[in-house]
Design a protein around this ligand. Structure first.
Ligand code: FAD
Length: 275
């Protein structure tokens, strides 16, 4: 059974909040295992993330809030966790997060492994924990092998599954997955997939996230820039082919980075027959 999930960011405006519910309902056609909601490390979206999670829960949806430890103190993290439990949340995405510069120097920034360990120590009820994984290597990792060792530590600390950073190279994902298996990681590694809708944004964001845009995609996007429909059509074709290959060769599911839009993920998921 293929596991589908959709990621949102917490909206800032009333319009964004209304749209989010509409988007979630539209994507419900694909019977996702959960919707996740990002969290700005350093607490920058604490209230907004919580409000978005609460609204989605009120609508009866399965939600996995992201929880980035960042430089928050332990009491804050545990307080938030208790509030989520009251909403009936039974899954979290546990992260270190990217703390805005300046904050990290003051507070103690802890790794996702420490957050997983803290949650397992302090929460006795069943709670699924997802952690982040990086097929193209996290930008700060000392080496690809060390990155996998650290991922294994997150699993050994009690995580149940991984969601990857997005990528456009299926071979890289499968090499990474096989390396993880060889390292003794035995949980599902669900590929994160970013639909392509806006060339300039994607390239800017990818450099920071450590996700590589292959030259052939970059070149096409440069040529098509300014023609939104052509970018979307090209993006849908490329990402659908990527997902088809991933699922054909054994990826356990797909986690869509939706950017709060239903259309691009719907086009891909429908083409794949996931509905
Ligand atoms: P960690 O697992 O702590 O790893 C960070 C770095 O430290 C890596 O280079 C790793 O190799 C190394 N490392 C790990 N453990 C140790 C250790 N014990 N000792 C020494 N080094 C170690 N960011 C947000 O701010 N908010 C979000 O909501 C968010 N959601 C995301 C969802 C997904 C699916 C993914 C893939 C990323 C997300 N991010 C989010 C981005 C993420 O926070 C950044 O990539 C961040 O830089 C690393 O977070 P992490 O949880 O992977 O950290």
């Amino acid at each position: 059974m293929v596991q589908i999930s959709f990621e949102f960011f917490p909206p800032q405006t009333d319009r964004g909040r209304t749209n989010l519910l509409r988007t979630a309902h539209r994507l419900g056609a694909f019977r996702p295992a959960f919707y996740s909601v990002t969290y700005g490390a350093g607490g920058s979206t604490r209230e907004r993330t919580f409000a978005a999670v609460a609204r989605l829960r009120e609508a009866g949806l399965n939600v996995a809030p992201h929880l980035s430890w960042g430089s928050d103190d332990e009491a804050h993290v545990l307080g938030l966790l208790a509030s989520y439990r009251k909403l009936g949340v039974d899954r979290l995405v546990a992260l270190r997060g990217d703390v805005p510069s300046g904050i990290g120097a003051r507070g103690q920034v802890r790794h996702a492994e420490d957050l997983v360990r803290l949650i397992r120590r302090r929460v006795s009820e069943p709670l699924k924990l997802e952690v982040a994984a990086y097929p193209e290597v996290h930008p700060e990792a000392p080496s690809a092998a060390a990155d996998i060792d650290y991922l294994k530590r997150k699993i050994d600390a009690g995580a149940n599954g991984c969601i990857t950073q997005y990528f456009y190279n299926a071979d890289g994902y499968f090499y990474f997955r096989d390396s993880c298996i060889a390292a003794g990681i035995d949980v599902p590694i669900v590929p994160g997939v970013m639909p392509i809708t806006h060339a300039a944004n994607l390239m800017r964001f990818s450099d920071k996230a450590g996700a590589e845009i292959p030259r052939w995609i970059r070149k096409r996007l440069e040529e098509l820039d300014g023609d939104g429909d052509a970018v979307s059509a090209f993006g849908a074709e490329v990402v659908t082919a990527l997902c088809r290959r991933l699922l054909r060769d054994g990826a356990p599911g797909i986690h869509f980075y939706t950017l709060n839009k239903a259309g691009p993920s719907t086009a891909i998921a429908a083409e794949l027959g996931l509905g």
